[in-house]
Design a protein around this ligand. Structure first.
Ligand SMILES: C[S@@+](CC[C@H](N)C(=O)[O-])C[C@H]1O[C@@H](n2cnc3c(N)ncnc32)[C@H](O)[C@@H]1O
Length: 413
């Protein structure tokens, strides 16, 4: 392990700062900021690049702050941008999006990014956590030079799980569940609360018979036929959300995203128009936009629990819910193109099958919700090839204190 003095120039996707060593080799430095001078320990050296972690800040950026959450010091890998001033977090995320659009989408002049104001702290109401040897739920320990959490496969039990009573990122109702819950023998738990309803549910995976949670909490196990859900409110609309269904990190983030999608759809939606929502989940966007505009809506989603939730959530609207992989979905023959397509794919983005479904639908306006700037840029290339022009990009800071970037982009043709 060697130590280097480095002067990073930018933040990059994943959350590290980018620097170059004296040979010009790229070094991704965790815990550093652009404009700083740091002493960093190389933890992973490859031929073309290295990964390092700050051991001492020699000259600090004005954007550096002390970490607000004590769990970081005990190794928690949950919020890795706590050393970044909140306003600077948003600026760095915007820079990462612009860089991806320039390099990957080959846009010389990407549209100026706007930022969606949020109604409060974007606290999380769902947490998928590992379980420690003593049965406590917690985030996985920061691992490796980049501080990235482990992904894939069953989550390991202690010592990779950090026990904590306080979590900067979670809503108080969820935080209490993290502190009070005991899940001995389980490998993973999903904890979910409804802020509007006060309901709390836990889904336990990988064994764990003797679960101890506060009396109000509904407990289900992975594979149970019985489903458990909470109810949440976003933009005046009520949502049933099962433990098996995807939902945005919390109601504040969901509201911000729905407002950004509404703004991007603009005046294209009116009573009598048609909105298609691809990767619709429990129907968040079609519910909010359909109710506000009076538009007819089509929701396309592949997962049965989310479809079942969407059927409840959209029952009062003129809604058609289609259970399908987006890549295989097409409008029924003879149907006129929709006025707007909203698409909110998972991290890999639309890819070719998803982009083909969007393009074949033929809407003059597409609103793309992306949770990864590289996917946004790749999807921009695919949509541009079909004649769509990227008109606007809005950043929604749904995951503060992390490098996670969410955008809502409008494409017109
Ligand atoms: C990022 S979530 C967005 C959900 C919804 N828009 C929301 O904001 O709550 C992506 C959703 O797409 C679904 N999904 C993933 N791959 C899919 C595919 N190939 N076809 C259809 N749905 C898919 C997931 O089950 C999930 O509900």
């Amino acid at each position: 392990m060697s130590d280097l003095v480095l002067e990073p120039s930018a933040m990059v996707a994943g959350g590290a700062a980018l620097a170059r060593d004296e040979d010009g080799r790229v070094v991704f430095v965790d815990g550093a900021l652009p404009g700083e001078r740091v002493l960093a320990r190389v933890e992973d050296a490859r031929r073309d690049f290295a990964r390092a972690r700050v051991v001492e800040v020699l000259q600090a950026s004005p954007d550096r702050v002390g970490p607000p959450c004590a769990a970081l010091a005990t190794g928690c890998g949950g919020c890795t941008w706590q050393h970044v001033r909140p306003e600077a977090q948003v600026r760095f995320k915007a820079d990462i999006v612009i860089d991806a659009l320039r390099r990957i989408a080959r846009l010389a002049e990407p549209p100026l990014l706007s930022t969606q104001p949020l109604t409060g702290p974007a606290l999380r109401t769902t947490a998928r956590l590992g379980v420690s040897a003593t049965g406590r739920a917690g985030h996985n320990r920061r691992s490796g030079a980049s501080g990235r959490r482990r992904t894939g496969g069953p989550r390991p039990r202690s010592p990779d799980v950090v026990e904590t009573d306080a979590c900067l990122a979670t809503h108080a109702s969820l935080e209490e569940l993290v502190a009070a819950g005991r899940f001995p023998g389980a490998s993973e738990v999903l904890l979910r609360v409804g802020v509007a309803s006060g309901e709390r549910v836990v889904r336990v995976s990988g064994g764990g018979e003797a679960v101890h949670v506060p009396g109000d909490v509904t407990v289900v196990r992975t594979g149970d036929r019985r489903s458990a859900f909470v109810h949440e409110e976003v933009a005046g609309r009520r949502f049933r959300i099962s433990t098996e269904s995807f939902f945005q990190p919390g109601p504040v983030a969901a509201t911000g995203l729905a407002e950004a999608v509404t703004a991007a759809a603009g005046d294209a939606l009116t009573s009598g128009s048609h909105l298609v929502d691809l990767y619709a989940g429990v129907g968040l966007f079609v519910s909010v936009l359909g109710a506000a505009s009076g538009a007819r809506v089509t929701a396309v989603e592949s997962e049965a629990p989310a479809v079942a939730d969407a059927e409840v959530n959209l029952a009062d609207l003129d809604a058609r819910i289609v259970t399908s992989e987006v890549g295989r979905w097409r409008l029924p023959p003879g149907e006129a193109p929709p006025d707007v397509v909203v698409a909110d794919p998972a991290r890999p983005g639309l890819g070719r099958p998803g982009a083909a479904a969007v393009v074949t639908a033929g809407a003059p306006r597409v609103v793309l919700v992306s949770c990864d700037p590289a996917s946004l840029a790749r999807d921009t290339l695919l949509l541009s090839a079909a004649g769509y022009r990227l008109a606007s990009v809005c950043l929604v800071d749904a995951f503060p204190h992390t490098a996670h970037v969410e955008t809502v982009s409008r494409f017109d043709r």
